[in-house]
Ligand binder design. Structure first.
Ligand SMILES: N[C@@H](CCC(=O)N[C@@H](CS)C(=O)NCC(=O)O)C(=O)O
Length: 336
């Protein structure tokens, strides 16, 4: 693709209003890791991803070279591993425990769904958005349902603010783990409350007066992001075709790497080279990526995706399903 430069070989597929996407953009910004951005539409179809042969329909998606990572939990883990100098995660097991629990609770639990319950019902009055999200959720999501569910969502979100206000931020610390600057734990805890403050919450339920420490923390975090932005470049904008051409340049390096290990003792007992499908187990499960299994670890599954690009797609195992679609390679399936 000529002279377009992809900093650090990183291409992020995101749309700006995605609260999950912000987790990754914030992380990259706080660490001044430069990257290329292929902005995605809020609704399907996402033709750039179709060209890449990625079926997963959630946002964001991050590619490093020809490796595509699904889900912000895995994306953050991967960036921490690939760029260890100046990582945002702690080295102390006790703090890692807090980071991991935050990541699990905020992403795997009901937090997203309940906070999304605060979205103004006007959004769903746009028939194309309502239809698109019906395709995602597998059922109708109506303005009436949103309005009816809002009190329950407010109760949930207020409890989330309360949890942060009365526990980890109660002693007046600046950052969740008492660090000098925002850390991974801040990113993992802040995104739903930051998102919620952009919605219309009645001030007698959630407000700066009721939760001053949480609001002050969000404002500090926004300042830290601004400071970080001043010392790093904007993401390099790419279009889908440029991203595809770029990723093709990695095609020759398709051999297995030292990290490609299929755990022999894995409870699912799927052999390397078996044709499998992987997909999220909550929503959008009909969008399945298929390919040959190349690696299987405790919390990561990697396939060599079907399709001309030879992409390796990685997904976490918690919150995802991986199912064999043919006999195990070792028991008569195709060897990789
Ligand atoms: N567990 C996923 C959740 C991603 C997610 O649900 N993203 C939302 C956008 S914030 C989404 O994909 N919505 C449906 C869509 O955009 O098609 C992650 O951590 O990345």
């Amino acid at each position: 693709m000529g002279s377009t430069v992809v900093p650090n070989d990183i291409v992020l597929f995101n749309y700006p209003s995605s609260p999950f996407g912000r987790r990754i953009q914030w992380y990259l910004q706080l660490r001044a890791i430069e990257y290329a951005l292929v902005e995605q539409p809020v609704m399907m179809p996402r033709t750039d991803l179709e060209k890449l042969g990625v079926k997963y329909r959630r946002i964001p998606i991050l590619a490093i070279g020809r490796d595509v990572y699904l889900d912000t939990r895995l994306i953050l883990r991967t960036l921490e591993k690939k760029f260890p100098d100046g990582k945002l995660g702690s080295d102390k097991p006790e703090q890692q425990f807090i980071e991991k629990l935050l990541d699990k609770y905020m992403v795997e639990g009901p937090v997203f769904q309940q906070t999304a319950g605060l979205v103004p019902s006007a959004f769903l009055k746009d028939p194309s958005f309502a239809k698109d999200r019906k395709g995602f959720l597998g059922r109708n999501w109506t303005p009436d349902e949103l309005d009816e569910g809002r009190p329950e969502s407010l109760v949930f979100v207020r409890n989330l603010f309360d949890l942060l206000e009365t526990t980890i931020l109660a002693d007046g610390r600046n950052w969740v783990l008492g660090t000098e600057r925002p850390s991974l734990a801040d990113i993992q805890a802040i995104w739903p409350v930051d998102w919620a403050t952009s919605m219309n919450m009645p001030s007698h339920v959630v407000s700066e007066e009721l939760f001053p420490k949480v609001y002050a923390w969000i404002s500090r975090f926004q300042h830290a992001l601004k400071d970080a932005a001043a010392s790093c470049s904007e993401p390099v904008p790419l279009n889908g075709d440029e991203a595809v051409s770029y990723m093709k340049t990695f095609k020759e390096s398709q051999q297995a790497t030292a990290e490609d290990v299929v755990d022999k003792h894995d409870p699912q007992e799927v052999e390397r080279g078996t044709l499998v499908e992987m997909y999220p187990s909550d929503w959008g499960s009909e969008h399945r990526d298929a390919g040959r299994l190349v690696a299987l670890a405790r919390d990561e599954v990697t396939i060599m995706a079907e399709g001309a690009l030879g992409l390796r797609i990685h997904a976490p195992r918690t919150g995802f399903k991986m199912t064999a679609v043919e006999k195990n390679a070792a028991k008569g399936g195709t060897k990789l």
